[in-house]
Design a protein. Sequence first.
Length: 229
Amino acid sequence: VIIGENVAGLLAGEAKLKLNEIVNTFEKIGYDVSYKILDASHFGVPQSRRRVIFIAVREDVTEAIGLTFMNISSIFPQENKEVVTAGEALQDLELDSEEVKWCTDTWLSSAHYKDTASLMPDDPDKVLGGNDFHPKGWHFNVKKMSRHHPAPTITTNADVCHFIEKRRLTIREIKRIMALPDDFIVTGSMSQKIERCGRMVPSLMMKAIAESVYENVIKPYNEWSKNHV
């Protein structure tokens, strides 16, 4: 079994050509492929992070356990519509004062962020984007969290602003938003840590995918193998 991940935009516009190339490459080497957009917020992650997930299963395995193009999508995990909000995720977090200072200083020292931050309302009821608080929708990539909803997607640039303070998120906060343990160690400079977190697949979503693959592919194939030695 092969599991792959990419941005949801891969299913739109000209990017579909690359999607077809990925699927065709898997099929050429003997795999049946299914793909689906999953949102990490539906798997206990306090972040709205939509990603296209590929699951490729070797053809002899799908044949043995009765998976076809009609039902192979059943190997994806079931989504949970109950979400964890950013406020719930961060409510008991102890912050590092040096991290807070770095995140505040680097945000406000940039004209790009300072200008945008000055227009951001504190503690919004919904997640805000550039079009919500800038007169011409500039800086659309900057997002303002709401404590009442999952955080927007954490990117490699950490363009997500705290719901009250006018700063980007600290590493400790990002780890909570990525559903990482507090004692998980991210190495490198602050910028490198932010980038590495922004490239991660949230662990709770990956856990749900792995468990579903085990229950719907690995486990039934192991049972089949016992009777076909």
